[in-house]
Design a protein around this ligand. Structure first.
Ligand SMILES: Nc1ncnc2c1ncn2[C@@H]1O[C@H](COP(=O)(O)OP(=O)(O)OP(=O)(O)O)[C@@H](O)[C@H]1O
Ligand SMILES: [Mg+2]
Length: 261
């Protein structure tokens, strides 16, 4: 396992002293102008496992149905599986399958780690520094060939990516409008409202949010959605029903992407 834990994709290289350089660069950055929404969206969630990939894939399908070239990106992934030619990560495979445009895998997924642990710990174990500048370069390469790039974050909005970097900084670096997936379960109101605050605090636009009914046992789910509608000014793009196998095309049809364009 120890040797596996230090494996990263072949296109990964060690970057020395990058952390402090990125940290100082980040702190000097002015508040970002949110990028033209046609270039992409950053999909975040109230937690890990709340349906970000499902929503990101449905967004890709919805934009493709409008005739746009749509491509998914997962900048940082942990919890991969070893394969003959490197590592395979389920989210990356799902995003590639839902995209209507092919792209080099090193741009779709610049950082991939084997252990299913927090990315900054996986990166540290692998001796890798997650470099936001490199991720931005990959994003630009994807944006150059697509009409819309759907970027899926790792876990929730403040998940660390290194000693001085986190997912929120990545979203700010890419300057993308954010789509928030709320996993409807007890505790989601607090998580959703804190995330909305954190997005606003970075000068980013919350373009919309999605109520994903991941817990079929949740009581008063509708009241919870209404509580969020009353407190989040961004539009509710869809309510996604619980389904044992989420149907991406059906979900795409319910997404109100007119509010995003
Ligand atoms: N509406 C739903 N009904 C039932 N199951 C769902 C629903 N939405 C998502 N799921 C399931 O929940 C699991 C987590 O979803 P998904 O992988 O999209 O979450 P995620 O936020 O991308 O997770 P991660 O943080 O690992 O990237 C998957 O097995 C998915 O099929
Ligand atoms: Mg995911």
């Amino acid at each position: 396992m120890a040797s596996h834990e230090s494996r990263v994709t072949s296109h990964e290289s060690r970057v020395t002293n990058e952390e402090s350089r990125v940290a100082s660069h980040e702190s000097q950055d002015p508040r970002p102008e949110t990028r033209d929404p046609r270039q992409g969206f950053f999909v975040t969630g109230t937690d890990t496992g709340v349906g970000k990939t499902v929503v990101a894939c449905a967004l890709l399908k919805a934009f493709a149905a409008r005739g746009l070239r749509a491509i998914g990106m997962k900048p940082v992934a942990s919890g991969a599986e070893p394969a003959a030619h490197g590592l395979i990560h389920d989210d990356v495979e799902r995003l590639i399958a839902a995209s209507n445009l092919a792209a080099p895998r090193e741009h779709v997924n610049p950082y991939c780690f084997l252990p299913p642990i927090a990315p900054h710990i996986a990166a540290r174990q692998a001796g890798v520094t997650i470099d936001l500048e490199r991720i931005e370069r990959s994003f630009r390469a994807l944006a150059a060939r697509a009409d819309v790039v759907i970027v899926e974050g790792a876990g929730g909005f403040r998940v660390p990516l290194g000693p001085a970097t986190d997912t929120a900084q990545l979203a700010a670096r890419l300057a993308l409008p954010v789509v928030l997936v709320v996993g409807m379960r007890l505790g989601c109101l607090n998580h959703a409202l804190l995330t909305a605050e954190a997005i606003a605090a970075r000068g980013l636009k919350l373009a919309g949010w999605i109520a994903n009914y991941i817990d079929p046992q949740m009581m008063a789910a509708g009241d919870n959605v209404r509580a969020l509608e009353e407190r989040i000014t961004a539009p509710l793009l869809a309510r996604i029903a619980f389904a044992s196998t989420p149907d991406l095309v059906a979900i795409a049809a319910t997404l109100n992407i007119g509010k995003l364009l």
